[in-house]
Write a protein that binds this ligand. Structure first.
Ligand code: NAD
Length: 256
């Protein structure tokens, strides 16, 4: 379905971003990976699916590096057809204890980076009259949890940003939507489970059970494959008129 198209997924060396990159590659899209840590393994995995794959290590908190990544993508492939704004970090603390530099980092990486990638990707999408911007928000884009002020602010922000871009592109073949996962067992969440186990002096398995029980009625993690499947749907012709949605994949979290 995406043969000949190019997808750039930020934060795709791990977790949800990597899962979505693989799902899009399975549909034939060439992939631009981004993120920290080992890029060789993800690169090899995606190349083995028979598509072209490039990697750019831009730090999503640095607008000049983001601009460089977007130029790099355009130089390797004609343009970015599918932009997945996924890179994200978390910091957990009460607002009065929240380190200002962690606030700035969460807002920069989880929200402002999507402004920069999107503003740079949209002109070529408009010209081609086809494009997909998919923002990985969160259940925290729709409801809050204590101790996550920066994350909740950034995720609510990206849901609003999604709606605005959807309106600005509404008469074109470019769509913009958000995906709002509940708990997904990735390194970002594993850290919260480990911290909880240490804080409460309980086993990691028990901490995992409590984490799910608190928020996610299905008591099951959302999987990266399920999120990849939704991203593929959003790229399909069936989703041509899906515009500005914030689509929960959260086991009932926000239905409560
Ligand atoms: P993860 O920690 O597994 O992956 C995060 C990715 O972002 C990694 O590739 C990392 O290298 C990259 N990254 C981090 N800081 C970066 C920076 N400054 N510049 C470039 N890349 C950077 O996390 P994940 O759980 O896969 O999260 C991915 C997205 O999904 C995030 O936006 C997160 O908020 C969102 N999300 C996750 C969950 C969950 O339960 N895991 C739930 C809802 C939403």
């Amino acid at each position: 379905m995406l043969k000949g198209k190019t997808a750039l997924v930020t934060g795709s060396t791990s977790g949800i971003g990597l899962g979505i990159a693989k799902a899009l590659a399975q549909q034939g899209a060439n992939i631009v990976l981004n993120g920290f840590g080992d890029s060789e393994q993800p690169r090899a995995e995606i190349a083995s699916m028979g598509v072209k794959v490039e990697y750019h290590g831009a730090d999503m908190s640095k607008p000049d590096q983001i601009a460089d990544m977007m130029k790099f993508a355009a130089s390797k492939f004609d343009r970015v057809d599918v932009l997945v704004n996924n890179a994200g970090i978390q910091h957990v603390a009460n607002v009065e204890d929240f380190p200002p530099e962690r606030w700035d980092a969460v807002i920069a990486i989880n929200l402002t980076s999507a402004f920069h990638t999107t503003r740079l990707a949209i002109p070529a999408m408009r010209q081609a009259n086809w494009g997909r911007v998919i923002n990985i928000a969160s259940a925290h884009g729709l409801v809050a949890s204590a101790q996550k002020s920066a994350y909740v602010a950034a995720k609510h922000g990206i849901v609003g940003f999604t709606k605005t871009v959807a309106l600005e592109t509404a008469t074109t073949g470019v769509t913009c939507n958000a995906i709002c996962p509940g708990w997904v067992l990735t390194p970002l969440v594993q850290k919260q489970i480990d911290d909880r186990a240490a804080r409460e002096g309980i086993a990691v398995a028990q901490a995992q059970k409590e984490l799910l029980g608190e928020k996610q009625p299905s008591l099951q993690f959302t999987t990266v494959d399920q999120l990849g499947g939704l991203a593929v749907f959003l790229c399909s012709p069936a989703a041509d008129q899906v515009r500005g949605v914030a689509w929960q994949v959260d086991g009932g979290w926000t239905a409560q």
